[in-house]
Ligand binder design. Structure first.
Ligand SMILES: [Zn+2]
Length: 100
């Protein structure tokens, strides 16, 4: 399954917490839904409200998850003696974004 993160706006006067659910430090600006797999491959969803820095953090977590999946794909191709050039190029491009 592909991981995903969705951000939406919300009405601040209704059912929004006073602080971000992730850092619990500042007021939230977005509602989020982060969907991914757990260790055993079962899907799970984390929902809540987050501030701008935590929205960026959630996006970075998604990028890291994608990077890990590509690394696993490259290892599987290498183990099967298949060409890993394309996967390696995509992985390096993603790593360049993560370090910037
Ligand atoms: Zn936060």
């Amino acid at each position: 399954m592909n991981s995903s993160v969705h951000f939406t706006t919300f009405d601040p006067l209704r059912d929004a917490p006073e602080v971000c659910n992730v850092c619990t430090l500042v007021a939230p600006i977005l509602r989020y839904e982060f969907e991914t797999d757990d260790e055993s491959g079962d899907p799970y969803i984390i929902k809540g409200f987050c501030c701008e820095p935590c929205a960026t953090r959630l996006l970075k977590i998604l990028e890291c998850s994608e990077s890990r999946e590509w690394a696993e794909e490259e290892a599987a191709l290498a183990a099967a003696d298949q060409d890993t050039t394309e996967v390696r190029k995509r992985l390096e491009a993603l790593r360049a974004v993560l370090v910037s």
